[in-house]
Ligand binder design. Structure first.
Ligand code: NAP
Length: 302
């Protein structure tokens, strides 16, 4: 049996792993994909303290992985399918087996939200993308559209503007949720055109995306826009679908106290999966450290 099972290997999970391991705990991180989580597919981190120059998401993720290895935090690459957290012995089930721990930290983060259009899935990898950093290079000197109005959307639009010939940013309202610094930067890019009060209503193509129908949400007018690629950056959904507990809010985010306890003994949450105001790497790693400290105290006392 483990002392602490950490679910998720993003910045929050890794921070928790480092703190737990250094406190002498028998701790393990479960990660279904790669260490780093969402940060691994982020272009650059400009606001994380300690880096004179911006660090790429991929480099940051690699550094997290290296640190886990150096400190000796074990990583199990299996996807969690269900959990039983109520009893003193916590059970975590993956597609390969069942694992037990005295305490758990839920740091599963959040994954991309889709537009929900019927034809959307068919075009993934054929012109529809949820990650500009991953797929932007396919659109050199091409025309792309990007739906979204938050920090992710604007960061990705700025990134795409350095590759693509033209970037249409489509936002469903007339004011952006993104920070003013990012909006100013986006506005300074000559090849970015902003289409407000609008949403992608239909993806049109053959073997790949050729155009989108854009619906004006006020006039309901529809205009077709010829594009080579559609990027979607409309927020995320917490990765908590493998469980159903009262500590989750209606959207699936986890409610905690200031020690990051969820209201069940020995169960903590950290990072983007937590109900909070600011979802950034800096708050995720802080959560990881706090959750681990709380979990360590719990394990030592029981
Ligand atoms: P977000 O802040 O939740 O923004 C999502 C955007 O998508 C909003 O503009 C929203 O419109 C729009 N949207 C949601 N559902 C939609 C739908 N069905 N159709 C069309 N548009 C839709 O998500 P995010 O930008 O991914 O950011 C997540 C968190 O990471 C935030 O806390 C953000 O600050 C942080 N982040 C920070 C940075 C940075 O500081 N550099 C970079 C990336 C992310 P409405 O505005 O109308 O709701």
């Amino acid at each position: 049996m483990y002392d602490i099972i950490i679910m998720g290997g993003g910045p929050a999970g890794v921070a928790a792993g480092i703190y737990a391991k250094r406190a002498g705990m028998n701790a393990v991180i479960f990660e279904k994909m790669f260490i780093g989580g969402q940060i691994a597919i982020t272009s650059e981190l400009e606001n994380y303290p300690g880096f004179g120059d911006p660090v790429t998401g991929a480099d940051f993720a690699l550094a997290l992985f290296t640190q886990c290895n150096n400190i000796g935090v074990p990583i199990i690459n299996e996807e969690i399918t269900s959990v039983n957290l109520q009893d003193d012995i916590k059970k975590v089930t993956t597609e390969k087996g069942e694992y037990e721990a005295k305490a758990v930290i839920i740091a599963t983060g959040a994954s991309v939200r889709k537009l929900g259009l019927p034809e959307e899935d068919r075009y993934v990898g054929r012109g529809v993308s949820y990650c500009a950093t991953c797929d932007g290079s396919f659109y050199k000197d091409k025309v792309v559209a990007l739906q979204g109005g938050g920090n992710t959307a604007v960061t990705e639009a700025i990134y795409l503007s350095s590759i693509a010939k033209k970037v249409y940013v489509i936002h469903r309202r007339d004011t952006f949720r993104a920070s003013s610094v990012l909006i100013d930067k986006m506005n300074s890019k000559e090849n970015i055109e902003i289409i407000i009060n609008s949403s992608v209503a239909k993806i049109i193509g053959d073997d790949k995306v050729r155009a989108v129908d854009i619906k004006n949400n006020i006039t309901e007018e529809i205009n077709q826009l010829d594009i080579d690629g559609l990027f979607v950056a409309i927020g995320r959904i917490p990765d908590t679908r493998f469980m159903d507990y009262e500590f989750m809010d209606e959207r699936g985010y986890i409610k905690t106290d200031s020690d990051l306890n969820v209201g069940i003994k020995g169960v903590y949450a950290a990072g983007d999966v937590v109900v909070k105001k600011l979802r950034q790497v800096v708050t995720a790693v802080a959560d990881g450290a706090v959750a681990a400290t709380s979990a360590i105290e719990y394990v030592e006392q029981h």
